[in-house]
Unconditional design. Structure first.
Lengths: 393, 338
C-alpha cells in the first residue's frame, strides 16, 4: 500500500499540467448544449489538440496509435484535465472509449487503418446502437435484424439511447444475425449517412436533446464492416469492456467534489453555516467522496497488476451514484426556490448562486443509477460474481 | 503508486487470522462474557507474542512496520471479536508512554472526555488510561496507574458482554501527554476504524454464508434479489470504508505525501491528515453498524438471538463508534473540508 507517485508518474503529471495551462486559454467556452454542430466542432478541435500534443488515446495501446499510458497515468490524465477545467470528451466518447478499443482488439488490419487514426485525430464521430426499446438491461435479447444479401447486411429494427446520433459519422451496431440469445449477435460498423436511417431525438428529464432513437429501414451495411465473426458480436462487445481500468468515473467524481465545495460556499453566503444538520450532511459527503477517490486509486492499482480493476468497478459505481444523488438532493434543498429554474440567478450579494449548474448535476445524478448498468443489475453482479450467491434467474 | 494491499500485508493478516483462530477462538473468548476481565492474561500474552502492540516500534523491540500494516492487523482483530484495550495499549506502546505495554506487561485503555456519564471500559484490567478531548479532539492526558476499579461502580449490564464497563464520578487530571499534531488521537481513531472494518467484513461473510446455506421456498435465500442486494450493499459499505481506512493509514506513514496532497487541497498537513482519519472513521463506523444490522436481517429470527455472534458484532461496533468521536462528531468536523 503506497500512495506515492513514482518519478516518471510525477513527470507525466508536470508535463501535462504545463501543456494544459498553455493550451486551455485558447480553447474558449463550450457551445450551448443543444447546438450539436457547434459541439461537434468544439469537441473535435479539442481532440485534435490532444492528438498534436501526443495525448490522444492516452489509454489506447501503442499498436492502436495510442499513448499506451499505464493505468496510473490514465488516472493522472483524467485528474489533471478535470482540475484544469479541460473540455469533456464529449462527442468523442464512443469512438475513444468504446468503438476504437473494440476495433483495436477485434478489427482487421484494414479496419484499424481506416477507422482508428480518424478517431485519434478528431476527424470522425461515433455513436452507439446497442440498446433497443425492448432490450435494455437484457441486452442479449436485442432484435434488430441483419439479413445477408451478397456482400451486404440488410438491417431493420430500432435502437435507443444513441447519444451524438445527430453528428455521428459511424455507429457501432449490434444486430441479430442468428438464433435468440447472445450467440446470434454480430457487431457492425454502420455509416450514419446510409439510406434508411431515421433519427428521432429523445428529450431528457433535464430538457436536453442528449439521446436519440434510431429507426433502421433496410439499411445496407457492407459485410466488410463486420468486426469479428458473424454471430460472435457478444464476445466482441465483452472484450471491449475489459479495457476499463478503473478510471471510468474520475471526471464525474472530481466534478462532485467541486460542486460540494461550491455548495458549502453557498451555504456560508446564505448564512446557513450554523445549521448543524446541513453541516453533517456536507461532512458526510466529503468523507464519502474522499473514500471513493481512495477506492479509485485501489482499482487503478489492481488494474495495473491484473489488467482489470477487480471487484472495484461495480462497488465504486454503486456507491458513487448514490452519493452523487445525495449531493444533488442536498443542493436542491439549500437552493430552495432558486432551484425551481435553470436560468442562472444572482443572490442578494450579486454573485451567482450556481443554481443552473447544481440543477444540471442533480438531473445527471438521477441518471447515474440507471446508465451503464442499473444499480439493480450492478447488485446482481456484485452478489453473484463477487459474493458467489446463487443466480436469481 | 501502488495502493493494493501488498503481499507482505496479506501474509501478515493471514498470520494474525491463523493465530487468533488457533489461540483465541470465539468460544474461548465467550467463556469470559460478563467477567471483570474480558481477556485472560495468557490470551493477552498470545497477542503480545505475535507482536500486535509493537508493530510500529523499531527493531529489535518491535517489527519496524507502519500504520498501513497495523490497520490490516486490527481488521483481523475486529473480525475475530478479540476483546480488551487493544487500541490504547497499541498507542501507549508505540509512543513509549507506559512501560511494558509493548511486551504484555501493561494494558492501557482509552476514554473520550465528552459530556454525559463517565463510563470506562476494561477498568479492572488497566494499568493506564489515555483520556482524549471530546469527540476525537485534541489534548491527550495519561492516567497511570489507571483509576482504581474498586472505587468505581461496575455496570451490571454492559451493552457488549465482552466489554465490561465501570462508572466513575470524576476522572483525575492525569499528566498531559506531549502529542504533536494530535498523533495519538488520529492513530487511535484510525485503529478503531480498522477494527470496525473488520466487524463490517465478518458480518458480511456471515450473512453471505448463511444466504447460501439457508433454504426457504425450496431455494437458498441468497438467490432472492431482496437478500442478494442487501449483501451487495454490505460489500459496498465495507470496501469503500476499507479504502478510506487504508488511504489514511498510508498517509500516516508518508508525511511527504501528506504535505504534497495538503498543498493541493489548500490546507495544513495536519488538517489534511485529520480529514482522512475522520472520514475513514465515519465510514467505518457506518459500515460496521450497517453490516451488523444487515447480517442480522439476513439471519432472520436467529440473528436476534445469542445463538449466532452477530449481536456481538453489532454491540462492539456501537461501543467503538463512541470512541475517538461519534459518526455525528466526524461528519460535523468534516464539513469544514468541503
Amino acid at each position: 500500500m503506497d500512495l506515492r507517485y513514482t518519478a516518471s508518474e510525477q513527470a507525466f503529471r508536470a508535463e501535462l499540467r504545463g501543456w494544459l495551462a498553455a493550451t486551455l486559454p485558447a480553447v474558449g467556452e463550450p457551445p450551448p448544449h443543444d447546438d450539436w454542430p457547434a459541439r461537434r466542432a468544439f469537441d473535435l478541435r479539442w481532440q485534435h489538440l490532444l492528438f498534436e500534443a501526443g495525448y490522444a488515446g492516452v489509454d489506447w495501446p501503442v499498436e492502436g496509435g495510442g499513448r499506451g499510458a499505464s493505468p496510473v497515468e490514465q488516472l493522472i490524465f483524467k485528474e489533471e484535465c478535470e482540475r484544469a477545467g479541460a473540455p469533456y470528451v464529449g462527442v468523442n466518447f464512443v469512438g475513444l472509449l468504446h468503438a476504437g478499443p473494440t476495433v483495436i482488439a477485434e478489427g482487421t488490419r484494414a479496419q484499424k487503418e481506416r477507422y482508428l487514426p480518424a478517431i485519434l485525430r478528431g476527424e470522425e464521430v461515433w455513436c452507439q446502437g446497442f440498446s433497443e426499446p425492448d432490450a435494455g438491461s437484457d441486452l442479449a435479447s436485442l432484435r434488430t435484424r441483419a439479413l445477408r444479401d451478397g456482400d451486404h447486411y440488410v438491417v431493420t429494427g430500432s435502437k435507443i439511447w444513441t447519444s451524438y446520433a445527430f453528428v455521428a459519422d459511424f455507429c457501432e451496431l449490434l444486430v441479430r444475425t442468428g438464433d435468440e440469445g447472445n450467440r446470434g449477435i454480430t457487431w457492425l460498423i454502420m455509416p450514419m449517412d446510409s439510406p434508411g436511417i431515421e433519427i428521432r431525438p429523445l428529450r431528457t428529464i433535464a430538457g436536453t436533446l442528449e439521446f436519440a432513437e434510431l429507426f433502421l429501414h433496410e439499411v445496407r451495411v457492407p459485410v466488410a464492416n463486420r468486426v469479428g465473426e458473424e454471430n460472435d458480436g457478444w464476445r466482441v462487445t465483452m472484450v471491449t469492456l475489459s479495457f476499463e481500468r478503473g478510471t471510468a468515473f474520475v471526471g464525474e467524481l472530481l466534478e462532485c467534489v467541486r460542486l460540494l465545495r461550491e455548495l458549502r460556499q453557498l451555504v456560508a453566503r446564505l448564512g446557513l453555516q450554523g445549521d448543524a444538520g446541513l453541516a453533517r450532511r456536507i461532512g458526510h459527503l466529503v468523507a464519502a467522496f474522499d473514500a471513493l477517490w481512495a477506492l479509485t486509486k485501489r482499482n487503478v492499482s489492481e488494474a495495473t497488476r491484473t489488467g482489470v480493476p477487480g471487484v472495484g468497478g461495480s462497488v465504486f459505481k454503486l456507491s458513487f451514484s448514490e452519493h452523487s444523488q445525495a449531493l444533488g438532493d442536498l443542493a436542491m434543498e439549500v437552493l430552495d426556490r432558486a432551484a425551481l429554474c435553470a436560468d442562472p440567478l444572482l443572490g442578494s450579494d450579486g454573485s451567482a448562486l450556481g443554481n443552473d449548474e447544481q440543477l444540471a448535476a442533480w438531473f445527471k445524478a438521477i441518471s447515474s443509477t440507471i446508465a451503464a448498468g442499473t444499480s439493480q443489475v450492478q447488485r446482481n453482479i456484485v452478489g453473484e460474481r463477487i459474493l458467489g450467491l446463487p443466480r436469481s434467474r | 503508486m501502488d495502493f493494493r494491499v501488498g503481499d507482505d500485508q496479506r501474509a501478515l493478516a493471514e498470520g494474525i487470522r491463523a493465530m487468533v483462530a488457533g489461540r483465541l477462538p470465539l468460544e474461548r473468548l465467550r467463556a469470559r462474557e460478563g467477567d471483570d476481565r474480558a481477556i485472560g492474561d495468557d490470551d493477552w500474552a498470545a497477542l503480545t507474542e505475535t507482536g500486535v502492540f509493537a508493530l510500529t516500534l523499531p527493531e529489535p523491540a518491535g517489527t519496524g512496520l507502519g500504520m498501513a500494516d497495523a490497520v490490516v492487523v486490527f481488521e483481523e482483530l475486529g473480525r475475530a471479536l478479540v476483546p480488551g484495550p487493544l487500541v490504547g495499549t497499541f498507542l501507549a506502546a508505540s509512543a513509549g508512554l507506559v512501560h511494558g505495554a509493548a511486551e504484555g506487561g501493561a494494558k492501557v485503555g482509552v476514554h473520550d472526555a465528552g459530556a454525559g456519564p463517565i463510563l470506562v471500559e476494561h477498568l479492572a484490567s488497566l494499568d493506564g488510561l489515555l483520556v482524549f478531548g471530546s469527540g476525537g479532539g485534541r489534548g491527550a492526558r495519561l492516567l497511570a496507574p489507571a483509576p482504581d476499579s474498586a472505587g468505581a461502580e461496575r455496570l451490571l449490564a454492559p451493552l457488549d458482554p465482552l466489554t465490561p464497563m465501570w462508572r466513575l464520578e470524576a476522572l483525575p487530571d492525569g499528566e498531559p501527554v506531549a502529542d504533536p499534531e494530535d498523533r495519538l488521537a488520529r492513530h487511535g481513531a484510525l485503529l478503531t476504524a480498522a477494527l470496525q472494518v473488520g466487524h463490517a467484513t465478518e458480518a458480511l461473510d456471515l450473512a453471505v454464508a448463511y444466504a447460501k446455506e439457508r433454504h426457504q421456498f425450496g431455494k437458498p435465500i441468497g438467490s432472492f434479489q431482496a437478500v442478494k442486494h442487501m449483501c451487495a450493499d454490505m460489500l459496498v459499505r465495507a470496501e469503500v470504508a476499507r479504502a478510506g481506512v487504508h488511504a489514511a493509514a498510508c498517509l500516516a506513514d508518508a508525511p511527504d505525501v501528506v504535505a504534497s496532497e495538503a498543498q493541493g487541497a489548500g490546507c495544513a498537513p495536519g488538517e489534511f491528515f485529520e480529514r482522512a482519519v475522520r472520514g475513514a472513521k465515519l465510514l467505518a463506523d457506518e459500515a460496521a453498524l450497517g453490516n451488523a444490522r444487515g447480517a442480522i436481517q439476513v439471519h432472520g429470527g436467529m440473528g436476534f438471538t445469542w445463538e449466532v455472534p452477530l449481536h456481538l458484532h453489532l454491540k462492539r461496533a456501537r461501543v467503538l463508534s463512541t470512541t475517538f468521536g461519534t459518526p455525528a462528531d466526524q461528519a460535523a468536523a468534516m464539513a469544514a473540508y468541503a
